[in-house]
Design a protein around this ligand. Structure first.
Ligand code: ADP
Length: 692
């Protein structure tokens, strides 16, 4: 029992322990009462005594239970009080926390709002700046747009490059692009725009760099570009002698009646430098790939007839960037006798039948000596109406009656242009007309004129010339001290390459040209003795007639210490000789224009020329008293006069170097480009357009 009492929980115990203690006391009291009631029934004294004890005990237990219950109740109330205080504290803390959180949230909201306002302000400012920038760019683009010519057709161009090389190339390209843009802007500013936009189709048997045997190829390379730069739409039509890089097959095939044979040709196309190059493809051209004028008379007639017919219809068939030329504002330009059938076909096959009503043809005479003469009955193979025959018939006092293709071309074209003013006059003379002077003299007023060729300064400028890279040569500017250094270096390189003594003080004389009667090579051969007795060096490049090739080789063999003859056709050597020689010889018996004297001037080589045709128009005799002139001329094709002119040039070179330098300077300061000539051609074409 005592043990039970001693286990009564203290006030420090938990309420649950109290409750357990109270409940144990209650059950013990209840057990005592039960036992007491059971004992009550006993009637003996001992039992009553036990009963009394039990009653006391149960009363005591009940009393203890009551006390414990009161204590428990007190404790509960105390705890409730504590809980209330705690709750209040907690509530207060919660309120504080809430207030703090709200304050913090409010601060955050304010900060967010301020940040949002600031970012909104920044965005507005940025947008305003961007709008201003965009407006400025749009204005700059519009300005550039107005100044920049538009592409003919917009292409998506995919350029593939290796990643490593790209960065370097991009930097180089950027610099190059800037330089080009500047050059273009300069050229653009210098290049006047066309008076009236024309569709111009130029037709020839050769066009450099695809095919070239002489000056015609050079003109076809540069005049179309110059016309395109003035704003005209320009097509060049030439034979496809072989495969050319970047030229694609249009898949257009057309069949023409060529000298009585149905003949299918293909059109190939290349767009470059603003010009549409259209190549006529047929096996007959492939056969002469190594000598484009090879074959007999009927071969040549077949090729030329095919070229002219295909050229006339190229304006309808060749897409040229999706927009064929059509027949509006159309000027066909036939060059030399190879294209002379074009004006004839234009009239006979089309205009007489109401087609190409507003198209006109112009004929450019590069060389009157080649006319396409043949037997008269050849006319019938051309499938032309009988009344056209009179245009072809030439009753020549020298050659007799013949069929003459150039005559028909001259007669049936609207305008005729010779390649220099001097030559335009010469071909009206019996000496210079090669039998066609009477035909030309029959022309109505304004039909004939002369325009001196220009030169392609991209191809023929010493500062841009890729043929001067390597072998000790050097590009050089055609001006200032750098000119003298560059020229000297090229001269030494030429002497070294050809195995001549490397000397600055000896004048190097050059000759470049076709080896035939025209170029006056025989005058050089006749002057051999005198030339090779001089302290001078002679370098000659040419190909053509066998006897003249042999004459050149003979000179080299006899004077191996002073003379070199390069027999063959080498564009690179032509450039190197022009750059390396001091004096260029052009003793041509006749020269429609001549390009070599113009190239020579650009490279600081002083020309010595026979004053005929274009040579007379472009080279002025040096006058030491007035300090004028850009070369030396002689007035008739006689050896002693030629020698005399060379002698003057060499004396000036040796004894008056300052005067020689001034002559060189006057040469390369001259405007040699195509701009002026292209403008004059344009005038002629516009005149043709309005001629009936
Ligand atoms: P033509 O047209 O009468 O032949 P030009 O002086 O008008 O004479 O033009 C000749 C052109 O041909 C020039 O570009 C000249 O450099 C070039 N040429 C002539 N003969 C050769 C040759 N053997 N090798 C390289 N180019 C040559």
């Amino acid at each position: 029992m005592m043990a039970s009492t001693s286990r009564t929980p203290s006030l420090a115990s938990t309420p649950r322990a109290f409750r357990r203690a109270v409940s144990s006391l209650s059950s013990r009291a209840r057990a005592s009462v039960t036992r007491a009631s059971r004992v009550e029934d006993a009637d003996d004294a001992e039992s009553r005594e036990r009963l009394e004890a039990l009653r006391r005990r149960s009363t005591a237990l009940l009393e203890r239970q009551r006390l414990l219950t009161e204590r428990l109740e007190r404790r509960r109330r105390e705890r409730e009080g504590e809980n209330d205080a705690n709750r209040e504290r907690e509530e207060a803390a919660a309120v504080r926390e809430r207030e703090e959180a709200e304050a913090e949230a409010e601060a955050r909201r304010r900060a967010d709002a301020e940040a949002a306002a600031a970012s909104e302000r920044a965005r507005a400012e940025r947008e305003a700046a961007e709008a201003a920038e965009a407006a400025a760019q749009a204005e700059a683009r519009a300005r550039a747009d107005a100044e920049t010519p538009k592409c003919r057709e917009r292409l998506n161009i995919v350029m593939v490059a290796s990643e490593r090389a790209r960065a370097e190339r991009e930097a180089a390209e950027a610099a190059e692009a800037a330089a080009q843009a500047e050059a273009r802007a300069r050229a653009d500013a210098e290049t006047p725009k066309c008076r009236e936009r024309l569709n111009i189709v130029m037709v020839a048997s050769e066009c450099a760099p695809f095919s070239k045997t002489g000056g015609l190829g050079d003109v076809m390379q540069s005049l179309p570009k110059a016309l395109a730069a003035r704003g005209h739409r320009v097509m060049v039509v030439v034979p496809r002698y072989k495969e050319y890089d970047d030229v694609y097959d249009t898949d257009v095939r057309v069949t023409f009646n060529v000298l009585g044979h149905p003949t299918e040709i293909g059109y190939f196309h290349l767009y470059r430098d603003g010009v549409d190059y259209v190549f006529i493809d047929h096996g007959a051209y492939h056969h002469v790939r190594d000598g484009i004028y090879a074959g007999d008379r009927s071969d040549a007639m077949f090729r030329n007839s095919m070229l002219c017919q295909a050229a006339l219809e190229a304006v309808w068939h060749v897409p040229c960037g999706g927009a064929p030329y059509g027949d509006e504002n159309l000027i066909f330009v036939a060059n030399d006798w190879h294209a002379a059938l074009l004006p004839v076909y234009l009239q006979a096959f089309y205009r007489d039948h109401g087609k190409f009503e507003f198209a006109r043809s112009c004929f450019v005479v590069h060389n009157m000596a080649h006319q396409g003469r043949g037997p008269l009955d050849e006319f019938y193979s051309l499938q032309l109406p009988e009344h056209y025959k009179e245009h072809f018939v030439l009753d020549d006092p020298v050659g007799g009656e013949c069929m003459n293709v150039m005559r028909a071309g001259l007669r049936l074209s609207t305008k005729v242009i010779a390649v220099s003013e001097g030559y335009a006059w010469e071909i009206t003379t019996d000496m210079g007309g090669w039998g066609l002077a009477p035909t030309i003299r029959e022309f109505g007023p304004g039909k004939l004129s002369g325009i001196v060729n220009g030169i392609d300064l991209d191809e023929w400028s010493p500062e841009l010339d890729c043929h001067l890279d390597g072998d000790g040569y050097a590009r050089f500017p055609p001006r200032g001290d750098a000119f003298s250094d560059g020229k000297r270096q090229c001269k030494r390189a030429l002497q070294r390459q050809l195995g001549l003594a490397e000397r600055d003080d000896v004048p190097v004389l050059g000759f470049i040209g076709r080896l035939d009667d025209q170029k006056g090579v025989d005058l050089i051969a006749e002057a051999e003795g005198w030339l090779c007795s001089q302290d001078a060096q002679l370098v000659m490049l040419g190909s053509g007639r066998g006897d003249l090739e042999d004459a050149l080789r003979g000179m080299e063999n006899r004077h191996h210490d002073k003379c070199r003859a390069w027999v063959g056709f080498s564009v690179e050597m032509a450039h190197r000789i022009t750059a390396g020689c001091d004096i260029l010889l052009m003793p041509s018996r006749f020269e429609p224009c001549g390009l070599n004297q113009l190239y020579a001037m650009r490279y600081g080589a002083v020309p010595v020329v026979h004053a005929v045709g274009g040579l007379r128009d472009t080279v002025q005799q040096y006058d030491p008293f007035n300090g004028t002139g850009n070369g030396w001329t002689f007035d008739s094709a006689e050896t002693h006069k030629f020698i005399d002119a060379i002698n003057h040039a060499m004396c000036t070179y040796r004894d008056f170097p300052e005067a020689f330098r001034e002559i060189q300077a006057r040469g390369f300061e001259r405007d040699l480009g195509w701009n002026r000539a292209a403008e004059l051609y344009e005038d002629r074409f516009i005149d043709a357009k309005y001629s009936w």
